[in-house]
Write a protein that binds this ligand. Structure first.
Ligand code: ADP
Length: 205
């Protein structure tokens, strides 16, 4: 099994990059998607969240009020820790399950916003790839996508690992400062490199 950890700050273009890898036939395991699935209506994890944070965290249809939960954990460090204790082990187990299912692929991509903050994921990846963008671009892309204010996005950027530190830790960096077409070309190039690297690595277990 050869795993490339795909990361980057909010709005850097991780999901776009993951989509482009998927177009090239690379299996993607996305920690954000797993987190959404685990907190969908009827999931045990959602029940745990409402037990700890109260029914205020639910919409009237019983689904998770993600905005309310986000608000709560940004304002309160302890609450953030509690949420992490509920979510992180469940997400990790699901991610490992999914990675194991794709084990025969030449390589696969694990998309994870907080890769360098998460020791357990760092242990299982073979390489890290950072999608890098300027903070101005992160803010403009993410605010358009999420309908959040500039200051809300800035708050998220501020609790993530600083750009310079993230880039210093990366094995590979793709600067996503142009058109999607340019990102596509860069992903293609790195894909070819991974295909060559993982062939060597997979034959030396
Ligand atoms: P992340 O997953 O890192 O938070 P996304 O991949 O969702 O970021 O990108 C944020 C938004 O910016 C999305 O709406 C995406 O389509 C858009 N986007 C990403 N890269 C580019 C680009 N190179 N040009 C134009 N829009 C982009």
């Amino acid at each position: 099994m050869y795993v490339v950890g795909l990361t980057g700050g909010i709005g850097s273009g991780k999901s776009e990059a993951a989509r482009l890898f998927a177009e090239l036939g690379v299996p993607i395991v996305d920690v954000d998607i797993i987190s959404h699935e685990l907190t969908a209506s009827g999931q045990g994890t959602l029940e745990e969240i409402t037990q700890v944070f109260g029914k205020d965290m639910l919409n009237s249809d019983g689904s998770l009020n993600r905005a309310a939960l986000r608000q709560k954990v940004f304002a309160d460090r302890e609450a953030r820790k509690k949420l992490e204790t509920i979510l992180h082990p469940a997400i990790y187990n699901k991610a490992m399950e999914a990675l194991n299912k794709n084990a025969t692929a030449p390589y696969q991509v694990l998309a994870i916003p907080l890769l360098f903050e998460s020791d357990r994921y760092l242990k299982i990846i073979n390489r890290s790839l950072v999608i890098d963008s300027s903070p101005e671009m992160q803010i403009s892309r993410a605010s358009k996508r999420d309908g959040l204010s500039e200051s809300d996005i800035q708050k998220i950027i501020d609790i993530q690992i600083p750009r310079e530190k993230r880039n210093a830790l990366a094995d590979d960096i793709i600067l996503n400062d142009g058109l999607i077409e340019e990102l596509k070309e860069k992903i293609k190039r790195v894909h070819e490199k991974y295909i060559n690297t993982c062939v060597i690595d997979n034959s030396n277990p």
